[in-house]
Design a protein around this ligand. Structure first.
Ligand code: GRF
Length: 225
């Protein structure tokens, strides 16, 4: 990584999660084994029980939890939540590296089950920042939740032969936005939903690391997404 035009810098990565965090783990592992030239500086979950938080703690990474339900119970809106999430990212990163005011950083949505509004997205404009999302389907297909399950049923109904995984830039439209990387996953006649999910996860764990690598390189080059 890093060539003559891209100085090696340990750029910070913020990972947003909601659950198991196996994709977060793939990113952490890649930063530790030198595959990814970056540092996971913060993990935020919108669910207190997310196992990914334990993975982050085990790796010594600062964490935070923000619950939309708590905001709603307090009479606040989704926009309030999104603004608080953005503020948490900025504050925690500033605490962690006080001299890093102008350093770019990457935000990765890795199984983050919350639709971010433009109020959040606009806080992290290119070229200094990038926000990417992992979606277990190909561009323009099966937007939203349960994408693998819906693809599996579409296969059973003989409407598709394959599905895939993509990494894309986050825009207010769910699972849309310029594609950073994509990979096709063939669905087999012998597949069950579980075996298909397993193969999708394997691709996800590779693609999320590669998507982060490509995007970090763009940030280092001052390009953004
Ligand atoms: C992934 O399959 C992702 O595509 C999806 O949620 C899952 C998250 O898995 N939308 P994990 O929390 O990274 O293990």
């Amino acid at each position: 990584m890093g060539d003559s035009t891209t100085p090696l810098r340990n750029l910070r990565i913020v990972v947003l999660i909601s659950g198991n965090g196996s994709n977060l783990q793939a990113i952490i592992d890649a930063t530790q084994n030198g595959q990814l030239n970056g540092e996971v500086a913060l993990v935020i979950s919108n669910r207190k029980a997310a196992f990914g938080l334990s993975r982050a703690e085990k790796a010594g990474i600062p964490t935070a939890t923000l619950s939309l339900k708590k905001f709603k119970d307090a009479g606040k809106t989704r926009v309030d939540f999104d603004l608080a999430l953005a503020e948490t990212i900025k504050t925690k990163l500033a605490e962690g590296r006080p001299t890093a005011d102008n350093e770019p950083y990457l935000i990765v949505l890795a199984g983050f089950m919350h639709i971010l509004s433009s109020d959040f997205i606009n806080q992290f404009p290119p070229p200094r920042h990038a926000i990417i999302n992992l979606h277990p389907a190909l561009p323009g297909t099966f937007d939203g939740i349960d994408a693998v399950e819906r693809a599996f049923h579409a296969f059973q109904a003989k409407s598709i032969t394959h599905t895939g995984v993509m990494i894309h830039k986050v825009i207010p439209e769910v699972d849309r936005g310029d594609v950073v990387l994509q990979e096709t996953v063939k669905i087999l006649d012998t597949d069950t939903l579980e075996t298909l999910e397993e193969r999708i996860h394997e691709v996800e764990h590779r693609l999320i690391v590669e998507g982060a690598r490509v995007t970090l390189k763009r940030l280092v080059e001052g390009k953004g997404l």
